[in-house]
Design a protein around this ligand. Structure first.
Ligand code: UDP
Ligand code: MG
Length: 149
Protein backbone atom coordinates (compact mmCIF):
# COMPACT_ATOMS: atom_id res chain seq x y z
CA UNK A 1 0.00 0.00 0.00
CA UNK A 2 1.15 3.59 -0.71
CA UNK A 3 2.81 5.64 2.02
CA UNK A 4 3.71 9.30 2.35
CA UNK A 5 5.66 11.60 4.65
CA UNK A 6 3.86 14.44 6.48
CA UNK A 7 5.26 16.84 9.07
CA UNK A 8 3.57 19.44 11.29
CA UNK A 9 6.07 22.32 11.25
CA UNK A 10 7.12 24.19 14.43
CA UNK A 11 4.37 26.84 14.07
CA UNK A 12 1.74 24.08 13.90
CA UNK A 13 3.15 22.33 16.97
CA UNK A 14 3.37 25.62 18.91
CA UNK A 15 -0.21 26.52 17.95
CA UNK A 16 -1.58 23.19 19.17
CA UNK A 17 -2.67 21.97 15.75
CA UNK A 18 -1.15 18.46 15.89
CA UNK A 19 -4.34 16.79 17.12
CA UNK A 20 -6.58 18.57 14.60
CA UNK A 21 -4.27 17.61 11.72
CA UNK A 22 -3.96 13.96 12.81
CA UNK A 23 -7.77 13.82 13.18
CA UNK A 24 -8.34 15.00 9.60
CA UNK A 25 -6.15 12.26 8.14
CA UNK A 26 -7.63 9.61 10.47
CA UNK A 27 -11.18 10.62 9.54
CA UNK A 28 -10.28 10.44 5.84
CA UNK A 29 -9.50 6.75 6.37
CA UNK A 30 -5.72 7.00 6.12
CA UNK A 31 -3.66 4.82 8.45
CA UNK A 32 -0.95 6.25 10.70
CA UNK A 33 2.05 3.93 10.41
CA UNK A 34 4.75 6.07 12.04
CA UNK A 35 4.97 9.21 14.23
CA UNK A 36 7.47 11.11 16.38
CA UNK A 37 8.14 14.59 17.80
CA UNK A 38 11.64 15.82 17.02
CA UNK A 39 13.95 18.81 16.83
CA UNK A 40 15.38 18.21 13.37
CA UNK A 41 19.15 18.29 12.88
CA UNK A 42 20.45 20.57 10.11
CA UNK A 43 21.55 17.72 7.82
CA UNK A 44 18.04 16.25 7.62
CA UNK A 45 16.48 19.68 6.93
CA UNK A 46 18.99 20.25 4.12
CA UNK A 47 18.35 16.76 2.72
CA UNK A 48 14.56 17.16 2.84
CA UNK A 49 14.64 20.54 1.10
CA UNK A 50 17.60 19.88 -1.21
CA UNK A 51 15.66 21.12 -4.28
CA UNK A 52 15.44 24.54 -2.58
CA UNK A 53 19.07 24.93 -1.41
CA UNK A 54 19.84 27.77 -3.83
CA UNK A 55 16.53 29.62 -3.36
CA UNK A 56 16.58 33.00 -1.62
CA UNK A 57 14.06 31.76 0.98
CA UNK A 58 16.17 28.73 1.98
CA UNK A 59 18.06 30.25 4.96
CA UNK A 60 14.79 31.50 6.44
CA UNK A 61 13.08 28.18 5.75
CA UNK A 62 15.87 26.24 7.47
CA UNK A 63 15.79 28.53 10.53
CA UNK A 64 11.99 28.19 10.73
CA UNK A 65 12.02 24.39 10.51
CA UNK A 66 14.75 24.22 13.18
CA UNK A 67 13.08 26.77 15.50
CA UNK A 68 11.21 24.13 17.52
CA UNK A 69 9.94 20.58 17.48
CA UNK A 70 8.27 19.14 14.40
CA UNK A 71 5.73 16.29 14.46
CA UNK A 72 6.75 13.73 11.84
CA UNK A 73 4.33 11.17 10.45
CA UNK A 74 4.05 8.35 7.94
CA UNK A 75 0.54 7.82 6.51
CA UNK A 76 -0.68 4.91 4.43
CA UNK A 77 -3.62 4.55 2.05
CA UNK A 78 -4.70 4.32 -1.58
CA UNK A 79 -3.05 7.16 -3.56
CA UNK A 80 -2.03 8.73 -0.26
CA UNK A 81 0.59 11.23 -1.51
CA UNK A 82 -1.84 12.99 -3.85
CA UNK A 83 -4.76 12.74 -1.40
CA UNK A 84 -2.72 14.33 1.40
CA UNK A 85 -1.36 17.14 -0.83
CA UNK A 86 -4.98 18.11 -1.68
CA UNK A 87 -5.91 18.06 2.01
CA UNK A 88 -2.84 20.23 2.81
CA UNK A 89 -3.63 22.83 0.13
CA UNK A 90 -1.54 25.33 -1.85
CA UNK A 91 1.93 26.32 -0.61
CA UNK A 92 0.79 29.94 -0.10
CA UNK A 93 -1.98 29.78 2.54
CA UNK A 94 -3.51 32.98 1.13
CA UNK A 95 -4.30 30.96 -2.02
CA UNK A 96 -5.12 27.64 -0.33
CA UNK A 97 -8.77 26.55 -0.56
CA UNK A 98 -10.92 26.81 2.56
CA UNK A 99 -11.30 23.28 3.88
CA UNK A 100 -7.63 22.53 3.28
CA UNK A 101 -5.25 22.59 6.25
CA UNK A 102 -3.28 25.60 5.02
CA UNK A 103 -6.51 27.27 3.86
CA UNK A 104 -8.06 26.88 7.30
CA UNK A 105 -5.11 27.46 9.62
CA UNK A 106 -2.44 29.69 8.03
CA UNK A 107 -1.85 33.10 6.43
CA UNK A 108 1.83 33.36 5.50
CA UNK A 109 3.84 31.24 3.02
CA UNK A 110 6.77 31.21 5.43
CA UNK A 111 4.57 29.85 8.26
CA UNK A 112 2.34 27.37 6.47
CA UNK A 113 1.95 24.82 9.30
CA UNK A 114 2.58 21.56 7.46
CA UNK A 115 4.82 19.74 4.99
CA UNK A 116 3.73 16.83 2.79
CA UNK A 117 5.68 14.95 0.13
CA UNK A 118 4.74 16.09 -3.39
CA UNK A 119 4.81 12.66 -5.14
CA UNK A 120 5.19 8.93 -4.39
CA UNK A 121 8.90 9.24 -5.33
CA UNK A 122 9.43 12.17 -2.92
CA UNK A 123 7.50 10.25 -0.28
CA UNK A 124 9.85 7.26 -0.48
CA UNK A 125 12.88 9.54 -0.36
CA UNK A 126 11.62 11.65 2.56
CA UNK A 127 10.43 8.67 4.60
CA UNK A 128 13.96 7.28 4.17
CA UNK A 129 15.50 10.51 5.48
CA UNK A 130 13.37 10.66 8.62
CA UNK A 131 12.35 7.12 9.60
CA UNK A 132 14.35 3.95 10.12
CA UNK A 133 12.52 0.92 8.66
CA UNK A 134 11.82 -0.41 12.17
CA UNK A 135 10.00 2.82 13.09
CA UNK A 136 7.21 2.15 10.55
CA UNK A 137 4.53 -0.26 11.72
CA UNK A 138 2.52 -2.78 9.68
CA UNK A 139 -0.98 -3.41 11.01
CA UNK A 140 -4.62 -3.48 9.89
CA UNK A 141 -7.18 -0.83 10.72
CA UNK A 142 -10.49 -2.41 11.67
CA UNK A 143 -12.42 -0.31 9.11
CA UNK A 144 -10.31 -1.30 6.09
CA UNK A 145 -12.85 -3.83 4.74
CA UNK A 146 -15.51 -1.08 4.49
CA UNK A 147 -13.18 1.75 3.40
CA UNK A 148 -12.06 0.07 0.19
CA UNK A 149 -14.19 -1.61 -2.49
N1 UDP B 1 8.69 28.68 1.16
C1 UDP B 1 8.89 29.98 1.58
N2 UDP B 1 8.84 30.98 0.64
C2 UDP B 1 8.60 30.74 -0.67
C3 UDP B 1 8.39 29.40 -1.09
C4 UDP B 1 8.44 28.40 -0.15
O1 UDP B 1 9.11 30.23 2.76
O2 UDP B 1 8.57 31.68 -1.47
C5 UDP B 1 8.75 27.59 2.15
C6 UDP B 1 7.36 27.13 2.61
O3 UDP B 1 7.44 26.79 4.00
C7 UDP B 1 7.15 25.88 1.77
C8 UDP B 1 8.56 25.31 1.71
O4 UDP B 1 9.39 26.46 1.60
O5 UDP B 1 6.21 25.00 2.37
C9 UDP B 1 8.85 24.38 0.56
O6 UDP B 1 8.45 24.99 -0.66
P1 UDP B 1 7.67 24.15 -1.77
O7 UDP B 1 7.58 25.00 -2.99
O8 UDP B 1 8.29 22.80 -1.92
O9 UDP B 1 6.19 24.05 -1.15
P2 UDP B 1 5.38 22.83 -0.50
O10 UDP B 1 5.83 21.57 -1.19
O11 UDP B 1 5.67 22.83 0.99
O12 UDP B 1 3.94 23.15 -0.78
MG1 MG C 1 7.69 20.86 -1.72
Amino acid sequence: MDRTFVMVKPDGVQRGLVGEIVSRFEAKGLKLVGAKLELLPEERVVEQYREHLEKPFFPGLKAYIMSGPCFLMAWEGKGVAAVVRRMVGATNPAEAEPGSIRGDFALDIGRNVIHASDSPESAARELGIHFAPGELVDYSRIDEPVLYE
